[in-house]
Each structure stands twice: as structure tokens, then as C-alpha cells.
Design a protein around this ligand. Sequence first.
Ligand code: GTP
Length: 369
Amino acid sequence: MRAIVLVGGEGTRLRPLTWRTPKPLVPVLNRPLIEHLLLHLHRHGVRRVTLAMSGRGEAIRRVLGDGSALGLGLDFAYEQRPLGSGGAIAHVGRIWREQGEPAGEPFVVLNGDILTDLDLGAMARAHRARRAEISIGLVRVDDPSAFGVAVLSGAGGRPEEGALIERFVEKPPPGSAPSRWANAGVWIFEPGLLDEMDPDRFHRVEEELFPSLAAAGRVLLGVAHEGSWRDVGTPAAYLEANLELLRSGASEKGELNAGAEGRGPVLVGAGSRVDDGACLEGPAVVGERCWLAPGARVSRSVLWEEVRVAEGASVSGSVLASGSVVGAGACVRGAVLAHGARVPPGARVPEGTSLAPGATFAAGGEDGA
Ligand code: GTP
């Protein structure tokens, strides 16, 4: 099966981390987010992937190259301006046609900002067995108000092997959701659907194609996924995804200096120094070439590359992007520091603080943003 991965969004909710790093390249366990997804596709037998991208695609292309390092053939489809999920898929379809690709097989489409162990093979089998036009991976969520939810035929059914979707409700107001089955951003399309989608204008499948197919009584199959699934759309979700993967043992323990203290699952990238007397309390990720000075404490946090935490400083529940610096004795809790942001020695950074690239924290505001 071929795949399209949608990576052309702005990633506004993940700012300030995405000002300088496109969302698909934010590191998850010290590896670009998109690589986790591509490896998942590879595990499920996918060998050819088209990345549908707009604005900042070049950076992604530089990192992934032709995909051979991941065992994949990668193509890149550039949109002149973002076309939305529907426009982006149709645009890729047009490129495939122009390249003379045979159009007979179903293909899979994924949002590029999810981490999941969804069983694509099982989903494809359900798709074929039920002769669906489109199959939509569904995940059960506690709060559906941030998602598109599917109402399934046969009220209350558990659609492990597929259940027909009667209708969609996009982002239902809290308390009013008709179901807790959310669109997981993993879809299997019959190729004929490409003829019904416009490649020249912005539109989203969640708002146009899915509801119109459901309204016309066509076969939209919802396939439940009970395993792990995360949408890495916000800094809080991003931090939690890293910590959860570490907790589930998805990575190796890093090397610490003999006199440094390390507890719980930690990952320390190559060339990083965790000095004697520093404490790294897992789950925590430290990227490459970071430095935790004596007396520094880091817990429940993700540090990208070349981050410095100076003597006696403490960092918890935070994300520190590449090149950020926490001065001696400073305290950072529940904050997000973008690339090259600085916290002066002794400062106390309140929870919820978000520093722009290159900004310096100052009580009552930030300087140099
Ligand atoms: P926000 O701006 O924070 O909502 O993030 P986003 O731009 O990534 O949007 P969203 O989370 O809704 O997108 C889900 C997936 O679709 C992401 O992987 C996006 O990169 C991708 N995506 C969103 N819009 C487009 C688009 O217009 N074109 C393409 N090719 N991909 C898109």
C-alpha cells in the first residue's frame, strides 16, 4: 500500500517551538517526529510515501533525503499555498496521475503529527472486507471537544472490525458530543475518490468529503484503535508524548557521569555532559551536546540540542528548545523555551511561561523577543 503523509500545516498551536523547527522535525526521543511515523508505516509494509507539504518543506526534505535510510521511497509534493487536507490529497493524486502511476489500489493517508501503534494491516483488511470507500481510524478520547467525532450506526457498538459511520460532528462543544470516537487522522481511501476532490482549492476532508459521503449513505467505515495514539499538536501534548514513550520503555537509558544522579527512565543524547552532582530525574530527555552543570536538576522535561542548565538551576515539566540557557540558580517549571531563549541567573520562571526564540526572560515580560 502507498501512503500520503500530510505535513504542510503551520503548526501554530505548537509555537513557539515551531517558529524555527517545522512540526514534523520536532524531536521525539531525540529523533524527528516524522521519522517515528515513517518507521511505523515501514513496519506495516508501506514502502512508498508521498509527503504533502507547503511552506517549509525544504528543511524536511534535507533531513529525510530520499527516504532510503528508513527503507522507504519518499516523494515530495509541494503546494504553492496550503490546500487543506482535501486539497493536499487531491493535489498528490494529480501528481500520481501525471506520473502515470496505476490508480487501482487503495492508499493510506495520515496526519503527520501523530504517534501511534495503529494496526494498518488490520484496518486495510476491514476496509476490503466491508468494501468501504473510505476507512477512518477511530480512537476513544476523554474530551472530544477538540476533535472530529464519528457517530456510528448501531448505537454503542465497538467497531474493532469496522462499523458504518452515520455522521460526523467536528469539535462538539464540551458536554454535547454524541460519541467519544475521534478521528485519528489515519484514513484508507479508494482511489476513485480522488476524482471527487478538487486539487485547486483549500478544503478539509473532515469538513467536506467525510460529511458529504456520510450524508449520501456511502460506505464510510470507522475502525477502532484501542492501542496508543497521540496527536502532538500542542506543547503540553508534545511533552507528554515524550514522557509517555520513555515510561513505556521505548528507549535506552543514557550515560551519566559517575557522580551524577539519574532516576527513572532517561535518555541522554551523544556528546552531552551530566556533571557530577547534577540530577536527572526521569522521565526526561536530554538531546545532543547539552550540559547539566554541578547541582543542576532536571525532571519531567525535554531538552533539545545544545541546551545549558547552569549550576544549581532547576528545570521541571518544561520543554527547552535548541540552544536555550538556564542561568545559575534559576528555576523553570511548566515552561516552554524556544530556540536560544535565556533565563538569567536566579530568575524564577512562572508556570505557563512561553519564551520566543532568542528571548530573555524578565519578570513581568520577556526581552528581545
Ligand atoms: P495548527 O496550526 O496548530 O492547527 O497545526 P497544523 O497546521 O499542523 O494543523 P493540523 O494539526 O490540523 O494538521 C494535521 C496535519 O495535517 C499536520 O500534520 C499538518 O502538517 C497537516 N496539514 C494541515 N494543513 C495542511 C495543508 O494545507 N496541506 C498539507 N499538505 N498538510 C496540512
